[in-house]
Write a protein that binds this ligand. Structure first.
Ligand SMILES: Cc1ncc(COP(=O)(O)O)c(C=O)c1O
Length: 443
């Protein structure tokens, strides 16, 4: 078992985060409930910034909003001095609504729509990360129509497959994201951008994967990207001086996960870029990373209330909770593993092995298979750890279940940052064709 950030056990045996009693939060805000340790998010932002300040000052940390984004989170990211990566018009709109400085927004995506690019150009986002030749043509056309210039990066496939425990370099990466190096797409894109006066090529971007615990593939990616900068300089006469190496650093979901610490990670990137620049006689580029999970992942817990308990003799005990794949898609999506604590019995000894089931109508809606916990009863509050990244942002309304509320806790104070959806919210966008109206029976 591990405790992250400000997580503690009170004298009463209740779990506390940010000085707030999770059992009280569950009663006050209802369950399921996403609770974020604000202090821990801020600490992670500062750890990244401080590591760069020591190792490579010409750098920027870009928070990947896809991991978790709300208007309050945008304000926090801005307060901590990070930039923001968005991948959709919705994320961009959220950032704008929060008053996030547009010049520090990076806009990604492999199929940005006209409406999205229109908004991005209208407000003047800092950089657009172009993903394909077709997108560059589209971007040029929109820029021409709007009479605007676009500062952009090219997203490159560095040809590295990074997994949690091993990595390989492949000649040709089969991925929907980015432009290939070996097939000449990157150089063709450089030619295209240079032929268009409204498109300004500022740098390169890559992202090799997610939940990467072993940092070595990042070194490989940094080398590939620096070599590409050298190739573009020698073949096209263009010196690119911004390099974004993406996100992907892993976190601890269970005690089996051993993530790399931020200092070592940043040192490895800085050393690699410095070494490659020295060998190829290149000036040091401005360096960027785009962490999402490693900033918010361990700062979030999800609270559930225990409901039905079902024994299958000699097989297992299913303990059902009031959420599931609607608020945490990761176990159903890729068998992700989690640990949990019982918030109202935090100091009780673990006694029984149970399986935590969600309430959704899918046999695969299992949150945790075989976890040893104190004896559970209906009404207990279960806290599933490390649910801060890709949980709220992937939450859905399967079975027409409303999405949970989100609360930030800090110094004994809890603040609602997203309201719980209601059943009313679920029908709010439904439309009733005239011919069905005679059946309508308002509740
Ligand atoms: C382009 C890009 N940048 C950053 C990230 C963030 O990755 P992570 O949350 O693993 O740090 C992702 C995640 O998919 C991504 O696609």
């Amino acid at each position: 078992m591990f405790f992250s950030g400000t997580m503690r056990i009170s004298d009463e045996g209740h779990l506390l985060i940010g000085g707030c009693d999770l059992v009280k939060l569950a009663s006050e805000y209802g369950t399921p409930l996403y609770v974020y340790d604000e202090e821990l998010i801020r600490k992670k932002c500062r750890l990244y910034k401080n590591a760069f300040a020591k190792e490579y000052p010409n750098a920027e940390v870009v928070y990947a909003g896809k991991a978790f984004l709300t208007t309050a989170m945008c304000r926090l990211v801005d307060e901590e001095g990070l930039a923001l990566d968005v991948v959709s018009g919705g994320e961009l709109y959220t950032a704008l609504e929060a008053g996030f400085p547009v010049s520090r927004i990076y806009f990604h995506g492999n199929n940005k729509t006209e409406e999205e690019l229109d908004l991005a150009l209208e407000v003047g986002v800092g950089r657009i990360v172009a993903d394909s030749l077709m997108e560059l043509e589209f971007l040029d056309e929109i820029a021409r129509q709007k009479g605007k210039e676009v500062d952009l990066y090219l997203r490159v496939k560095p040809g590295i497959k990074a997994h949690t425990h091993h990595y390989i370099q492949t000649g040709q990466e089969d991925s929907k994201f980015g432009l290939g190096i070996s097939d000449g797409q990157v150089l063709a894109a450089v030619d295209f951008v240079c032929s268009r006066k409204r498109l300004n090529l500022k740098g390169l971007h890559c992202h090799i994967g997610s939940q990467i615990l072993n940092p070595k593939p990042f070194r490989l990616a940094a080398r590939v990207m620096m070599k590409l900068i050298a190739e573009i300089k020698s073949k096209k006469g263009i010196l690119l001086n911004e390099l974004n190496l993406g996100g992907g650093l892993g976190i601890r979901y269970t005690s089996a996960d051993e993530p790399c610490d931020f200092d070592s990670f940043i040192r490895l990137l800085a050393e690699t870029v410095r070494q490659e620049a020295g060998e190829m006689n290149l000036p040091l580029p401005k360096l960027m990373i785009e962490p999402g999970r490693s900033i918010v992942g361990e700062a979030g817990v999800t609270l559930y209330r225990v409901g039905t308990i079902k024994d299958i003799p000699n097989i297992r005990r299913y303990v059902s909770v009031d959420g599931g794949m609607t608020d945490n898609l990761r176990p159903a999506l890729y068998e992700a593993e989690y640990v949990a604590l019982v918030a109202n019995k935090a100091s009780a000894a673990a006694k029984e092995v149970v399986t935590i089931a969600g309430k959704n109508c899918e046999s695969g809606d299992i949150l945790i298979k075989d976890i040893k916990l104190p004896e559970l009863e209906k009404g207990d509050i279960l806290a599933v750890l490390s649910t801060g990244a890709y949980h709220y942002s992937m939450a859905n309304n399967y079975n027409r279940n409303p999405r949970p509320a989100v609360v930030f806790v800090r110094d004994g104070r809890a603040d609602l940052v997203v309201k719980r959806e209601s059943w009313r919210d679920l029908v709010r966008l439904d439309c009733m064709p005239e011919r069905f109206k005679k059946y309508q029976n308002p509740v």
